[in-house]
Design a protein around this ligand. Structure first.
Ligand code: C2E
Ligand code: MG
Ligand code: MG
Ligand code: MG
Length: 284
């Protein structure tokens, strides 16, 4: 297929990408174009599994950029540029909008009611009017905010701490859930768990990948699950790739898991099929 598009089209994934754009300036230029022509972006979804009954409890929305000549670009390669250029603001709005639209569509067309988790950049949190904006979007789709969780990385929360706490508190008061993403990888102290109004800890995949073999990972993950439980928070282990890791997580009562073992992030239409198939299997 690449050949038909002029012979110079290649598909690049993640780590190849830095070479694919000649410069950061080039990427920014292309990103700016893409933000105008939103057709280049797509949301993929990955299920979050409830360990107790193996059901799909919710899903995470993950953005993909379909570059007209460079193919699928991973967010790892362009979110930073989007943040540095300010383009993350319109892009982030688009993500929220599309996630709400998909949620509503699943409900109305597929009769599937799911919760969703959306990645939010610290730049968005710091944007004046963010709370009002996201409220308006969610209201316009007539979605109850308690079905939406906003995911922010640990380091992201540590920028402008008092403003962040303020904003998160407003979001919480309105009914949104807040998750700390990549938990354990940041440079923050545990005391912020007392200060931030959070509902969920997402254990970073770097601690999960080598379970159950790695002793340090076992200690970190089991302590985090205990901490989450004692604080009354949900805990999700990210990056579950093997049955062995899953069995271990189940043995230590990890409530939620996410990872390639269950599904990679997939396009919206495939995702909703997967959810329906799992549901009908569970019912039979
Ligand atoms: P994240 O929020 O921590 O998302 C999890 C990442 O881990 C995703 O990478 C997902 O595809 C990947 N993953 C899931 N399961 C497994 C597994 O079993 N093994 C491995 N090795 N990886 C797994 P992805 O989709 O490339 O996204 C990377 C990061 O980009 C995200 O990390 C998030 O920080 C950021 N991102 C993605 N979408 C958005 C968005 O809409 N807005 C913002 N601001 N950031 C986004
Ligand atoms: Mg995230
Ligand atoms: Mg995540
Ligand atoms: Mg993460």
């Amino acid at each position: 297929a690449a050949k038909h598009a002029g012979g110079q089209t290649y598909r690049f994934f993640s780590s190849d990408m830095k070479g694919a754009f000649l410069s950061k300036v080039q990427m920014e230029t292309d990103l700016r174009e893409a933000v105008k022509d939103r057709n280049q972006f797509e949301l993929y979804y990955q299920p979050v599994i409830r360990v107790a009954d193996n059901s799909v409890s919710s899903c995470e929305a993950l953005i993909r950029w379909n570059h007209p000549t460079k193919g699928l670009v991973s967010p790892i390669d362009f979110i930073k540029t989007a943040e540095d250029s300010g383009l993350i603001i319109p892009l982030g709005d688009w993500v929220i909008q599309r996630a709400c639209q998909d949620l509503k569509k699943w409900e109305e067309e597929q009769k599937v009611k799911l919760d969703i988790t959306i990645n939010i950049s610290p730049c968005q949190i710091q944007q004046p009017g963010f709370v009002r904006n996201i409220k308006e979007t969610v209201d316009s789709f007539e979605i109850s905010p308690d079905r939406i969780q906003l995911e922010i990385t640990e380091n992201g929360l540590m920028e402008n701490t008092s403003d962040s706490i303020n904003t998160l508190q407003k979001l919480k008061d309105y009914g949104f859930s807040i998750a700390i993403d990549d938990f354990g990888t940041g440079y923050s102290s545990l005391s912020y768990l007392k200060q931030f109004p959070v509902h969920c800890l997402k254990i970073d995949k770097s601690f999960v990948r080598d379970l159950p073999g790695d002793r340090a990972d076992r200690a970190i993950v089991s302590s985090t699950i205990k901490l989450g439980k004692d604080l009354g928070l949900f805990t999700v282990a990210e990056g579950v790739e093997t049955q062995e890791a899953y069995e271990y997580l189940r043995s230590i009562s990890c409530p939620y898991v996410q990872g390639y073992l269950f599904s990679k992030p997939i396009p919206e239409s495939e995702f909703i099929q997967l959810v329906k198939e799992r549901k009908s299997k569970a019912e039979n």
